[in-house]
Design a protein around this ligand. Structure first.
Ligand code: NAP
Length: 362
């Protein structure tokens, strides 16, 4: 049986759902897959909690040595390494770019990485390539399927197409579960834009700061991650983005100020809604095209019966055109956000690590 020793960063919405799934499924995974999962420590931005015992009946103790603000990543990593030795997995359920920039340190400290933190895959291209080289040198794995499409097998599919030589010529779609929900609801229901945005936030669909969704940066990141998966070495600033926020609400406002002024968006979107034709819906679309070599993110309208129009709730849809899949694309569609699908996706990525680690008798 292989034992995976997990160090979890982030106990927010995704991280805590991941912990619940781990507790619920730990025994079944050991019995059915022969993989023993051991969540050794959990960290938020300020504190680290260590598992008091290996029993599935989890009790956690705060680490008083590191009980400082902020704790030192190096101390936690070295302590974890000396406690568990091998088969170490760092799970990043934060949105923290600083942590993503420490992945090389984690890899060199013996960790495989599973990440929901997209900032890790949009770093400057030298870092991106360096990370892949470091993974090879250290024989470590980095899985991040949840970066695009939450639990949907988008990156895996693109990787397989790319590796099989079936040239991908265009990828287009609705990549944001939160914006999908927002525009599905706003296009079809008689609610103000701020009301719909508030609902999406309460459902845990938006990013920790909803401006990450509305500025288009989240979709731009996903589009860049898709492009890089296809061997295109572009930077984030190469993505042409139509922001959903007017300048006065993006940029210099704090999150608190932004939330207090959210109603200012209502008149803007109400007037755009008046321009919608019958049976048309808004879609915030990301598109990469081989011919024009462009990466674009913009608000568009589609007939409801179009592949990109025919989605509901938090669904994402990805049209993938290749030499074999044209003129009709390969389509991947399904729920593209949410605590359940994302934390399941993280757990699946953790389980994939077990295929690459030595078995230990436990
Ligand atoms: N929601 C979805 O459907 C979805 C889908 C795919 C991917 N994701 C990604 O999942 C990630 C987590 O999202 P979320 O909604 O769970 O966010 P969240 O509720 O805001 O939680 C973020 C957590 O990260 C912690 N954190 C921040 N910096 C840290 C650091 N340096 N070390 C350790 N912990 C740190 C925070 O701790 P404090 O509380 O101490 O600040 C908090 O516990 C994001 O990257 C998001 O893009 C979400």
């Amino acid at each position: 049986m292989a034992q995976l020793n997990i160090l979890l960063f982030g106990i927010g919405k995704i991280g805590s759902t991941f912990v619940n799934k781990y507790i619920e499924r730990q025994e079944e995974i050991a019995a059915q897959k022969g993989i023993k999962l051991h969540l050794g420590a959990i960290a938020n931005s300020k504190f680290v909690f260590w598992a008091a015992s290996e029993s599935p009946n989890k009790q956690w103790i705060a680490d008083l040595e590191n009980y400082q603000k902020p704790y030192k990543l190096e101390n936690v990593v070295h302590k974890f390494q000396s406690l568990y030795g091998e088969n170490l997995v760092a799970v990043d359920a934060t949105a923290d770019e600083h942590l993503a920039q420490h992945y090389p340190f984690l890899i060199e400290s013996g960790f495989h990485i599973v990440s929901a933190n997209k900032t890790a895959n949009v770093q400057p291209i030298d870092f991106h390539i360096g990370l892949r080289n470091l993974l090879k040198e250290n024989q470590k794995k980095f899985f991040y399927e949840t970066h695009v499409g939450a639990g949907l097998p988008v990156l895996e599919t693109l990787r397989r197409l790319y590796q099989s030589g079936d040239e991908v010529t265009r990828v287009r779609g609705v990549f944001s579960g939160s914006l999908s929900y927002i525009f599905n609801t706003f296009s079809e229901e008689n609610k103000s834009f701020s009301q719909v945005l508030d609902e999406a936030e309460k459902l845990g669909l938006t990013e920790p700061d909803p401006r990450t969704d509305l500025s288009g940066i989240d979709v731009a990141r996903k589009l860049l991650i898709i492009a890089r998966e296809l061997g295109i070495h572009k930077e984030l600033n190469a993505v042409e983005v139509e922001s959903l926020l007017p300048k006065k609400l993006n940029g210099h406002t704090t999150l608190h100020q932004f939330k207090s002024r959210i109603k200012e968006l209502d008149s803007l979107y109400q007037s755009r809604k008046r321009e919608l034709k019958k049976d048309e819906v808004f879609r915030y679309v990301g598109e990469w095209d081989l011919k024009s070599k462009t990466l674009k993110v913009r608000l568009q309208t589609f007939p409801k019966e179009h592949t990109l129009g025919y989605i509901s709730g938090t669904e994402n849809v990805f049209e993938i055109y290749t030499k074999s899949y044209q003129p009709e694309p390969l389509v991947i569609k399904g729920s593209g956000a949410g605590l359940d699908v994302t934390s399941n996706g993280l757990l699946r990525d953790v389980l994939k690590i077990a295929e690459f680690v030595p078995s230990t008798v436990v």
